[in-house]
Ligand binder design. Structure first.
Ligand SMILES: Cc1ncc(C[n+]2csc(CCOP(=O)(O)OP(=O)(O)O)c2C)c(N)n1
Ligand SMILES: [Mg+2]
Length: 254
């Protein structure tokens, strides 16, 4: 991370992230987006749940942070926003936290179209607790609790949140940093429920069990898997097999 962003970090912290974790990359990209928007970080509230991704804002950001109960970011954030509608409220949390234990809050938050920005970090499993299967684990993937391969399909989270009624819906990987920064900027500016699914490598829990190699190999794996929506439109289902479509799925105008 570049020096100019250090102003947004609490001093004296040691990172909690494992080597090769994408959460540190995302931390820098979120701060870059806030810096480019020229928002006063004191006008923001960051809400996170339990899990590795919940550590991105708290304790790292030198700002108001609420580190809440597992799965309960959206109710806490809704309460804060209702109490002080001028607050820019950003939720940053894991796939397990937001879409498994907090799945109902996620869809109802989108249905009510509450003015919140949600950044869901998808590392394909429950990272912090030892690598259990999540609703985002790809079919066939190995986790601590699917030693024979996950028998179930994962949720397509942007489709789910879009169908529930969110205003802005996107998916990017930390390997698409510039597109992700502009998406975060847009999500913050749009009124209504803004949702970005961010794919983030977890070499320790996911990569190791699925033989994805070194952290660099995992970055290359994500770069190879992700394809922009516009590019995907011209391809056949066979050509799209195994690909993850990224981009904006709802941009606030529909
Ligand atoms: C009510 C409750 N149930 C379970 C847990 C244990 N727990 C803590 S973090 C976590 C999973 C987090 O996974 P995810 O949200 O994907 O975050 P990651 O660590 O992968 O970033 C679980 C099950 C808990 N803290 N509280
Ligand atoms: Mg996770």
């Amino acid at each position: 991370m570049t020096r100019d962003l250090e102003q947004y970090l609490r001093p004296g912290l040691v990172t909690a992230f494992c080597p090769g974790c994408g959460d540190g990359i995302l931390l820098g990209l979120i701060l870059r987006a806030i810096d480019e928007l020229k928002i006063n970080i004191d006008d923001m509230l960051f809400v996170s749940g339990i899990g590795c991704a919940g550590w991105i804002p708290s304790p790292n950001f030198n700002a108001d942070t609420l580190h809440t109960l597992h799965g309960r970011t959206i109710p806490f954030a809704t309460g804060a926003k209702m109490f002080n509608p001028k607050l820019q409220v950003m939720i940053i949390s894991g796939d397990g936290d937001l879409a498994d234990i907090g799945g109902n809050h996620l869809i109802h938050g989108a249905r009510r179209n509450i003015d919140l920005t949600v950044i869901l970090v998808n590392n394909f499993l429950y990272g912090m607790t030892g690598g259990q299967v999540a609703c985002t684990t790809p079919m066939g993937a190995f986790t601590m609790t699917t030693t024979e391969g996950n028998p179930y399909r994962p949720f397509d989270l942007p489709k789910l949140v879009d169908a529930a009624g969110a205003t802005y819906v996107a998916r990017y990987s930390v390997t698409q940093p510039l597109a992700l920064i502009s998406s975060i900027k847009k999500a913050v500016q749009i009124k209504g429920f803004s949702f970005i699914e961010v794919l983030s490598p977890c070499p320790i829990q996911f990569g190791r069990r699925n033989q994805l190699g070194t952290p660099i190999d995992m970055i290359k794996f994500l770069m190879d898997k992700c394809i922009m929506k516009e590019e995907a439109e011209g391809l056949s289902p066979e050509e799209l097999e195994g690909k993850i479509i990224t981009g904006e799925f709802s941009d606030g105008r529909n």
